[in-house]
Design a protein around this ligand. Structure first.
Ligand SMILES: *[C@@H]1O[C@H](CO)[C@@H](O)[C@H](O)[C@H]1NC(C)=O
Ligand SMILES: *[C@@H]1O[C@H](CO)[C@@H](O)[C@H](O)[C@H]1NC(C)=O
Ligand SMILES: *[C@@H]1O[C@H](CO)[C@@H](O)[C@H](O)[C@H]1NC(C)=O
Length: 594
């Protein structure tokens, strides 16, 4: 039986004098996940940037919905002692953890050894609890931030991620990053990457262009603090403990050589995802029917509302869509993700399936010609979706990457734009479907002037809503993190900030646009460009957007970079979008610039 005991969570509990209502789901232990480059939230329908380990229901697919999750016949989660739960069809995932092989053969994936999920009624009494106290159907969210590479400047936010070897307390990363000196860590709970999910909700649906906008952590203590007025509704708090089996790789790996699948060797970029597939009413019923247990170990199976499934967690196997070598990928991580310790790390393009060590160029670049020939079969259909983007990567040959979820008309526009660009440069374009990532945000209104760094440093730029920003080339500011969006230009990044309540500063690193709610200490960083709000227009209509434009961006690299941008409009009310596909249609013209 797999049963984690209390240490990683002990201190997070008992903050209030009354035991929090909660229940705990356990997996059966072992390497109980589907391991692949899949991300049904950020890359629906296509391969994702880095390897995730997915657990939960066997309705896992590259694209899911609340309804599709209901077809699950089993889940890897349940009560302690390998008892399946019938009411939870959700899926959960986190990045895979790698270490360097001591024989020099490259990376080895550290297998997991079980998962434990705490569902809690935790937070401030001042919060407005959602009634019923459960997630809306199809609710999705991310915990942590894959681009982080250094500790959060807010001490309490450092507690979102917790790495600990339960052998000795000294094997704990103090500020959310990897600890050093971890050995085989063979204690019951092993080496644990724990993470808290946010639980303060603004009532909106998940927005693929701004994945972290709808839920935030409470102010202060990330479990028991108060929800901010921007996100006043409190949802159940999920705390996940994910155990890695260090003992199985001990002696074969270089000590302290941890790296997460997205190319993070700091551990600060630890993150997790949740796609809600719970039967309605089950969470509050189970939470309210559990006998109190010490250390927060309220085994869900002991709660009277728990309904047992006829398949045990240990017999539930999730099937893999994107098959490639994720266990011993060689000298590069699957997808060729380079190790980057710049904070925040720039976004890396999504490589095709099977793009791993033998085809990675220097610093993790993707060999596009290989990428072009190996798109998964599942990507050959064009299904409209609210989230899609395309990308290609550097190579002497042009490669076009078109998401499976890009509407046919758009993908043909992209292909023809790419063909033009590559014939202009004198080589034939590769044709392939490679990736989808989060859609980039495009401001529908045109911007007044082009921004370029360092030429525009210090100049004032007026966003389409009248907000004025001062350009800050090579400058980042600490703290105030409000999450990130994908944008290809500083102008689009500024537009995103201008339309976000509370945003006063942006920093663009690669295509990751970080929005900030405060202007913290200045940090010089040649790799970024930024802008700070100087004058805010009074005529803002921010939040609760009913209709939004998302841009598709194609990057075709030869000697030049060509951006092709098209727009779709996604129209739906936030509640109507919940758990359903947004209605999307194309409009506007492709714009092209070199
Ligand atoms: C972080 O969490 C631990 C317990 O999990 C707690 O003791 C500590 O006070 C927290 N740190 C901050 C700065 O809130
Ligand atoms: C692990 O291997 C990578 C590439 O193979 C190398 O760049 C890195 O320095 C190694 N890290 C450690 C801690 O040995
Ligand atoms: C931009 O201007 C600021 C303020 O003068 C300066 O500190 C910074 O170094 C400049 N950035 C670049 C890249 O020159």
């Amino acid at each position: 039986m797999f049963a984690l005991t209390y240490p990683a969570v002990l201190t997070a509990l008992h903050v209030s004098t009354v035991a929090a209502q909660q229940f705990v789901l356990y997996s059966a232990g072992g390497d109980d996940t589907a391991v692949e480059r899949i991300d049904p939230i950020l890359a629906p329908g296509s391969i994702s940037q880095h390897v995730h380990q997915v657990f939960g229901s066997n309705a896992l697919a590259s694209s899911v919905s609340y309804d599709s999750l209901q077809s699950a016949s089993c889940t890897t989660m349940g009560g302690a002692g390998n008892v399946g739960i019938k009411q939870d069809n959700s899926i959960y995932w986190h990045p895979a953890l790698y270490m360097n092989a001591s024989d020099g053969s490259g990376y080895i994936r550290v297998p997991t050894n079980g998962h434990k999920l705490y569902y809690k009624n935790a937070g401030s009494d001042n919060d407005k609890k959602r009634d019923p106290f459960e997630f809306p159907q199809g609710f999705r969210m991310l915990a942590g931030n894959p681009f982080m590479r250094k500790a959060a400047s807010d001490l309490q936010q450092q507690n979102i991620t917790q790495w600990i070897c339960h052998d000795t307390a000294s094997n704990q990363g103090t500020d959310g990053g990897f600890p050093t000196g971890v050995n085989n860590c063979a204690s019951t709970d092993g080496f644990n990457g724990a993470i808290h999910f946010p639980h303060c909700w603004n009532g909106d649906d998940f927005d693929p262009s701004n994945p972290s906008a709808h839920v935030v952590y409470p102010t202060g203590d990330i479990e028991n603090g108060e929800c901010p007025s921007s996100h006043p509704t409190r949802l159940p708090h999920i705390f996940a403990e994910n155990t890695f089996d260090m003992n199985s790789v001990y002696g074969k790996v270089v000590q302290d050589s941890f790296v997460l699948a997205q190319g993070d060797n700091t551990g600060y970029g630890w993150h997790a995802d949740f796609y809600n597939g719970w039967e309605e009413g089950a969470i509050p019923a189970i939470m309210n029917s559990c006998p109190y247990r010490e250390y927060g170990n309220e085994d869900a199976h002991e709660c009277t509302a728990f309904v047992q499934r006829d398949v045990n967690p240990s017999d539930c196997k999730l099937s893999v869509t994107f098959k490639e070598n994720v266990d011993t990928p060689g000298h590069a991580l699957p997808g060729c993700n380079p190790i980057v310790d710049t904070n925040p790390a720039p976004a890396h393009p999504i490589a095709a399936i099977n793009v791993a060590t033998n085809v990675c160029g220097a610093a993790g670049a993707v060999a596009a010609s290989t990428a072009a020939s190996s798109a998964p079969a599942s990507s050959s259909t064009n299904t409209p979706s609210s989230s899609a983007a395309v990308s290609a990567s550097s190579s002497s040959q042009a490669s076009v990457s078109v998401s499976s979820s890009v509407p046919t008309t758009l993908s043909s526009k992209i292909s023809s734009a790419a063909a033009k660009s590559s014939s202009a440069a004198g080589s034939s374009p590769a044709t392939s479907v490679v990736k989808a990532s989060t859609a980039s945000v495009a401001s529908a209104a045109s911007s007044s002037t082009a921004i370029s760094c360092p030429a525009s440093n210090g100049t004032i730029y007026t966003a389409s809503n009248g907000d004025q920003f001062q350009i800050e080339c090579g400058i980042d500011h600490h703290a105030g993190d409000m999450g990130s969006k994908t944008t290809t230009t500083l102008a689009a990044c500024i537009a995103a900030c201008a339309s976000t309540t509370g945003c006063v500063d942006v920093v663009l690193s690669g295509v990751a646009c970080y929005m900030k709610s405060s202007l913290g200490a200045t940090e010089f960083n040649d790799g970024v460009s930024g802008a700070k709000l100087i004058t805010s227009s009074s005529s803002k209509a921010k939040n609760h957007v009913q209709s939004q434009s998302f841009g598709y961006t194609v990057t075709v690299t030869q000697s030049d970079i060509v951006y092709v941008t098209d727009y779709i409009t996604v129209t739906a009310t936030p509640t109507a979008m919940m758990g359903r596909r947004a209605h999307a249609h194309l409009h506007g013209n492709a714009k092209r610039a070199i």
